[in-house]
Design a protein. Structure first.
Length: 484
């Protein structure tokens, strides 16, 4: 999948103290040399504070270069030498499993793992930022157009905030991914690819943008991406520009595209090479160039007919079906399209439960935006939703709410006070009193329950706290409300 192209850079940016030269190798796209440097770290038996993360990077580079079996053992080794609290071990375990699952196209598993990392309260902000990038990767491959857009907005906001782990490099990475996904949507909204049902279905999301809208979005993202200077990212941006040119019928774009494909092959980026070939095939089909599409697709036949399953097989089967159809081989095209439709249905069924769980975690029970949420910055609306959903818990804390959205307590306090004129603690108190009042005004309540029952239900267990807070907010005591 194309998003694995960004993985080594995202992984490196999640480590605070990198040895000299490593990040430069990643920036320059010299991934083989970067992998060799991490191998030397793995051979060093001397433990240091950064050793777990250096070993983890070694495993990351093995994953990037297609050495998945050895990477799994290195991830275990990295986790064993973590000496920090249990949260760090849990987060590392989920993070590593998430990336391995993504590379193996077990997308629902990957999504679940990254979501768990984000939920860990006491991890480094840059690790949480990397996990959010992993969520974007998994959601895109699952065809969740609307969820991807929301996840990208959150990622962009965090990447721009140093307090949340953001940096200039994270911003460049995010800007490039925004452009990349806009181009992917533009490509799949082409009229010639309207029967690519997996992407068109979006698992219940809105249909992909109309072709003109998708092109306009890609144009806007492309302008933003022109300011990116990291050579590795520039290579992807330049390739995407040529891919768009090919979509418009510019055959001369293939010269640059071929150079990029050759670079990926020489760098040992096998999974990226495969996804890039499939992108070029789709672009050729979109521009009604089936002979070119067939030529680009041919090297994949030896690998994909026997080895691919599930999500990994989807794009390949669709491309083969479309090439056969466009070349006049109708019977073969129908056979492959039938296989594609079957695999698409299987993937949708298999992922439905995990996706429902993720969407439930993200949106919970507050689909509408009330006046309080509308006044908060977009980044802090999730904090408000989480706060609402956990009002009944006596142990709900501001620290927990801040950790849920990956910000500091101070940042949360500042955002709430400047937007609402209330601290998070004051808002919790006010919302609880409103819930208690609603209980007391319910006609069915007075006959079989006490005032304190209602208070306990919403996390208030002290009678004096209840009475004082209630009087302050409603200018009467609970018993007066009951007498109405």
């Amino acid at each position: 999948m194309f998003l694995t192209f960004y993985f080594p850079l995202a992984a490196a940016l999640s480590v605070r103290h990198l040895p000299d030269g490593f990040l430069n190798k990643i920036h320059e796209g010299n991934l083989t040399a970067a992998g060799a440097q991490t191998s030397r770290w793995a051979d060093n038996s001397q433990l240091c504070n950064e050793m777990p993360w250096l070993l983890q990077l070694h495993a990351d580079m093995q994953m990037t270069l297609g050495i998945g079996d050895e990477a799994e053992e290195q991830y275990r080794r990295a986790q064993k030498v973590i000496r920090t609290p249990r949260q760090a071990i849990r987060a590392a375990s989920c993070r590593n499993a998430g990336w391995q699952a993504l590379f193996r196209h077990r997308l629902a598993t990957s999504l679940s793992c990254f979501a768990r990392v984000i939920e860990e309260a006491e991890i480094d902000a840059v690790q949480r930022l990397e996990a959010r990038f992993g969520v974007v990767c998994a959601l895109h491959e699952l065809g969740r157009a609307r969820d991807v857009a929301e996840a990208l907005d959150e990622l962009a906001a965090l990447a721009a905030s140093p307090a949340d782990g953001g940096s200039a490099q994270w911003r460049e990475l995010t800007v490039t991914v925004l452009y990349d996904i806009a181009v992917q949507r533009e490509l799949r909204s082409a009229a010639m690819l309207a029967d690519h049902v997996y992407w068109q279905s979006g698992l219940g999301d809105e249909r992909l943008l109309r072709s003109s809208d998708a092109t306009e979005l890609a144009d806007a993202r492309g302008i933003e991406a022109m300011n990116v200077t990291t050579p590795l990212l520039r290579a992807r941006i330049d390739y995407l520009r040529q891919l768009r040119a090919l979509m418009r019928g510019r055959r001369d774009a293939m010269e640059w595209i071929t150079r990029h494909v050759n670079w990926a092959q020489q760098a040992g980026l096998h999974e990226y090479l495969r996804s890039t070939r499939l992108e070029v095939v789709l672009a050729a089909l979109a521009s009604e160039a089936p002979q070119l599409a067939e030529t680009v697709l041919e090297p994949l036949h030896r690998l994909d007919q026997t080895a691919s399953t599930g999500h990994r097989q989807l794009e390949y089967l669709y491309c083969v079906a479309k090439v056969h159809q466009a070349r006049g081989r109708t019977r073969e095209g129908i056979q492959f399209y039938g296989r594609y439709a079957l695999v698409s249905t299987q993937c949708l069924r298999n992922d439905a439960e995990a996706l429902a769980s993720f969407v439930s975690r993200a949106s919970r029970q507050t689909p509408h935006l009330d006046d309080v949420g509308a006044r908060l910055p977009a980044k802090y609306r999730r904090a408000y939703r989480y706060l609402q959903e956990n009002l009944d818990r006596r142990d709900l804390s501001v620290r927990e709410v801040a950790a849920e959205v990956g910000v500091t307590e101070r940042a949360l306090q500042s955002a709430f006070k400047s937007s609402l004129g209330l601290s998070p603690t004051e808002l919790i108190r006010r919302l609880r009193m409103e819930r208690i009042r609603a209980e007391l005004l319910n006609d069915a309540f007075a006959s079989d329950r006490t005032v304190l029952d209602a208070a306990n239900k919403w996390g208030v267990q002290n009678r004096s706290t209840l009475v004082n807070g209630y009087r302050k907010q409603f200018h009467e005591v609970p018993s007066e409300t009951l007498e109405r």
